[in-house]
Design a protein around this ligand. Structure first.
Ligand SMILES: Cc1cc2nc3c(=O)[nH]c(=O)nc-3n(C[C@H](O)[C@H](O)[C@H](O)COP(=O)(O)OP(=O)(O)OC[C@H]3O[C@@H](n4cnc5c(N)ncnc54)[C@H](O)[C@@H]3O)c2cc1C
Length: 421
């Protein structure tokens, strides 16, 4: 199979449009929304929602398109859907990663429905993102004492046989977009959160299932918004469920536990799809930092002389070239992981690898950029110090760097999760 390094035309076109959005709607407001944590950037959200709807959806998620197959029209994902998504996320995060995270349209919550839901559930829950008002969805996996070790979750879902409803109890923390997804803001459409719970605690991971919990469900409340180091335009919520009743059909996956199936596969399938996208987001932040450094150096008459023998370069030139090498290699790993997703090849290894690499690269690049720029890098007058703070999350959510290294090691060495932990 041939390898093509040119950016496909449709992707280049959308990148061009998003760059304008990034420059005019994100960078211009970055500082304000960083300083005023928990304020909601309505103008950006409404603009993006309108723009995405005009392009046939209300979400960044890969859309199904009607394609001809054997004379029949079938709903199919476009062949470069994930590649396009990664490129869009990279560009939006280049603008502002906190703003990217408040782009309406479902984020991880929708990704979980996409990966673990049935065709009916996908149609029911994902269609609402294209409706008139911007709508959000979030994913609630993490609990106090169950972050990296997701099998330790204590949230329970019990079937009430009389009413045929699931009754959920538990406490979820660090839910990205949890507030916008669950609270019923009049500016937003009806969102949902996807809550992971155990339907059979004796079955371990096999008993884990995800449930769509609609905004406003009785017994569910947003109890806390985190004050954070970075990505401060994005809300991170704690959500408590007390005897929350959820319709029977809102379970994603099988309602019964069999030894051969594991509900956790749904979570893993979600992460395989989304980890390269988190990696792409980190790369956007890293690229912003590298470009800023180069622009500032150029303004001071310092051009990077590519192609010189190493001993003739200045240390700044070596630093900048090293940053660019790391940035490009991280991007190539993302491209491989999304190419595999687009071609329906199992990509657990490449997905985790790309996330590990991007997490390392973005934290190191932004740190180096602050170092090279000195006071310009440390001052709140400029955005570099913010990117330095925004960078670290790439290495934390959707599996920390350590956990993704474990996934990589298991895949390469052929160990199970039990054998290598
Ligand atoms: C801003 C933000 C947004 C988030 N958004 C979401 C969200 O939308 N939904 C959601 O469900 N969760 C979300 N999370 C939670 C995130 O996924 C967890 O924080 C992460 O998985 C780590 O879990 P933990 O915080 O419990 O850390 P722990 O699991 O306690 O880990 C602490 C440290 O120990 C290391 N460690 C743990 N186990 C091992 C091991 N076996 N080997 C080596 N090192 C290990 C970790 O890498 C880490 O460095 C978010 C977190 C943040 C900070």
């Amino acid at each position: 199979m041939s390898i093509e390094f040119e950016t496909p035309k449709p992707i280049a076109q959308i990148q061009f449009v998003l760059k304008t959005v990034a420059e005019n709607m994100m960078r211009s407001q970055s500082r304000a929304f960083d300083e005023n944590e928990h304020e909601i950037p309505f103008s950006y959200i409404e603009f993006m929602h309108t723009a995405m709807r005009s392009m046939g959806g209300g979400s960044l998620a890969p859309k199904e398109e009607k394609q001809k197959e054997g004379g029949e029209l079938k709903e199919k994902r476009p062949p470069i859907a994930y590649q396009s998504l990664a490129a869009q996320i990279e560009m939006l995060s280049w603008g502002d990663v906190g703003f990217y995270l408040v782009t309406p349209g479902g984020g991880l919550g929708a990704a979980a429905v996409q990966s673990a839901g049935s065709a009916e559930q996908r149609a029911k829950f994902l269609a609402r993102f294209a409706e008139e008002k911007p709508t959000f969805a979030a994913m609630c996996m993490t609990e106090a004492g169950a972050g990296s070790d997701t099998s330790a979750i204590r949230t329970r879902a019990v079937l009430d046989e009389a009413t045929k409803e699931w009754v959920i109890n538990g406490e979820k923390i660090f839910v990205t977009g949890g507030d916008k997804s669950f609270k019923e803001y009049e500016q937003f459409g009806k969102g949902f959160v996807v809550v992971w719970a155990s339907i059979d605690p004796t079955a371990g991971r096999s008993g884990m299932r995800a449930f769509v919990v609609e905004a406003g469900t009785k017994g569910v409340s947003v109890t806390k918004l985190e004050h954070k180091l970075g990505i401060r335009a994005s809300d991170t919520a704690s959500i408590v469920l007390v005897d929350a009743r959820v319709p029977y059909d809102n379970i994603l996956g099988s309602p019964t536990v069999e030894k051969t199936t594991t509900g956790f596969k749904g979570a893993m399938a979600t992460f395989d799809a989304t980890r390269p996208l988190v990696a792409a987001s980190g790369i956007g932040v890293a690229r912003a930092a590298v470009e800023y450094v180069k622009e500032q150096l150029a303004e001071k008459g310092v051009e990077i002389r590519y192609g010189l023998p190493r001993q003739k370069m200045t240390s700044i030139e070596r630093d900048v070239i090293e940053m660019e090498i790391q940035l490009r290699s991280a991007w190539l790993m993302v491209l491989k992981a999304v190419w595999m997703a687009d071609n329906k090849k199992p990509n657990a290894l490449e997905s985790s690898m790309s996330k590990v690499k991007s997490g390392d690269v973005v934290t190191k690049i932004t740190q180096k950029a602050v170092e090279i720029m000195g006071p310009l890098g440390y001052s709140r007058e400029f955005l570099l110090e913010k990117w330095f703070r925004d960078a670290k999350i790439t290495d934390i959510y959707e599996g920390t760097g350590q956990i993704n290294r474990l996934v990589v090691a298991r895949q390469i060495l052929g160990y199970s999760g039990k054998e290598l932990r």
